[in-house]
Ligand binder design. Structure first.
Ligand code: 0X9
Ligand code: ZN
Length: 411
């Protein structure tokens, strides 16, 4: 009883949550041939591929259930595939996160970057900013999510005409990538609450930031399943809800690197833009497409700055510009104490996957500069401990500064 009370007070639905007790994360170092063999395990019950390397020599991180562990180890040994155990029990990381989570409060204390905020808290913060900085901030709900949550875009603009160049940022299309909304929130914090120091970034450029693009999934990853990636909409298979939002955009939709099967993590949806969240973002971007010059979508993990295309290994004609700007952003990250990013087109440096928001923004909305930022190093994966948020977001803000200055100087 006491425990339940505590759970209620903490806002944690302990009873209903998926347990990952005994789930290990193995970092496997396959050769190209071995990787082909390993692909048979993708989407098998008890396995979750956290990334899918393309480059020779890159790691593959696999989460394995306790039931599958022994057989998988034998397989790795038999095929002589190198690996090491990254986490012995992923549930211990989840529990460490829970212990750090403080009770939800309607009005958050001063914002800080040593904790992950829930959807309601993030929106309260945005409202607080709108009330406090009416000359700089306006809020717009770009529509409701599947479960009826507002998708709130904060516009940060110091004035001027509607023809100023703008930057569109979103985070959290993948529910479990908690550092993504946290980073978007930090950009908001710096541009608004620390505007005196950052006014050069807002005096000629407008910013549209949607910190939680998949609010239902984000909340679900807090209350029910820490490893949730998708939206939560009903699919043709009962018991397998959700679509991969980043496979749902209507540009070369479902051509490669996506699944038709609703139970898989990279399910593309029944049709392009089946998901209301993807449609809402699409409509917003199209309505502002003349103004938006750069799109940044935050994901984790791995330390990549990716540009289109994800649907083909061919490069866009202006790939040099995309590459050079990303290199400058990466250098700023390095100078701030972070690691350099791996830079390249999604297909060429990560894997081919069509239906991503980045490809759509460039290919259809005509936003020339479009990037996916895979934030953070690879060790903790999706469960970057809250005490590492601060250094992650402060370093990445230096990259954001580079993107902002580029737009200011070139449009
Ligand atoms: O697979 C994805 O959607 C992204 N990686 S993640 O681990 N965060 O899921 C990469 C997306 C890159 N862009 C495209 N493929 N269009
Ligand atoms: Zn992602």
């Amino acid at each position: 009883m006491r425990l339940l009370l505590l759970a209620a007070v903490l806002g944690i639905a302990l009873a209903a949550r998926v347990s990952y007790d005994g789930h290990k994360v193995l970092r496997v170092n396959p050769t190209d041939d071995q990787l082909a063999l390993l692909m048979q395990f993708k989407n098998r019950p008890g396995f979750s591929f956290r990334n899918e390397p393309r480059r020779t020599g890159a790691n593959l991180d696999v989460m394995v259930s306790p039931e599958q562990h022994a057989a998988f180890l034998s397989f790795l040994k038999e095929k002589n595939i190198g690996f090491h155990v990254l986490f012995d029990n992923i549930q211990t990381l989840i529990e460490a996160e829970d212990r750090r989570q403080r009770p939800m409060s309607k009005v958050p204390r001063a914002i800080s970057f040593d904790q992950y905020y829930r959807y309601d808290e993030i929106n309260s913060y945005l409202e607080e900013l709108a009330a406090k900085y009416p000359n700089l901030v306006t809020l717009e709900s770009i529509g409701k999510s599947y479960e009826g949550r507002d998708m709130v875009v904060i516009k940060i603009s110091s004035g001027g005409s509607g023809t100023r160049p703008a930057i569109l940022i979103d985070g959290g299309i993948h529910a479990r990538e908690w550092i993504a909304p946290a980073t978007a929130l930090y950009v908001i914090y710096q541009l608004v609450e620390n505007n005196a120091a950052n006014s050069a970034l807002t005096d000629a450029v407008d910013w549209y930031i949607l910190p939680v693009l998949n609010p239902d999934g984000y909340e679900y990853s807090h209350t029910a399943d820490r490893m949730w990636r998708k939206t939560v909409s009903v699919t043709p298979i009962s018991g397998c809800p959700g679509v991969d939002g980043n496979r749902n955009f209507g540009f070369h939709w479902n051509e490669v690197g996506a699944s038709d099967y609703p139970c898989y993590e990279d399910y593309a949806g029944e049709v392009a833009f089946s998901e209301i969240e993807a449609r809402n973002l699409r409509d917003f971007a199209l309505a502002h497409k003349e103004q938006i010059k750069l799109y940044l979508t935050f994901h984790s993990y791995g330390g990549y700055l990716l540009y289109p295309w994800g649907y083909t290994s061919e490069l866009p004609p202006d790939w040099h510009t995309l590459q050079e700007l990303a290199a400058d952003a990466s250098l700023a990250h390095l100078n701030a104490g972070g690691d350099p990013f791996t830079i390249g087109s999604s297909t060429n440096v990560l894997y081919a996957a069509a239906g991503g928001s980045d490809d759509y923004m460039k290919g259809v909305a005509g936003i020339e500069l479009s990037y996916t930022a895979e934030l953070t190093d690879t060790y903790y994966g999706f469960q970057l401990p809250a005490e590492l948020i601060n250094e992650t977001v402060t370093r990445f803000f230096e990259s954001v500064r580079v993107f902002g200055s580029y737009v200011k100087e070139n449009f």
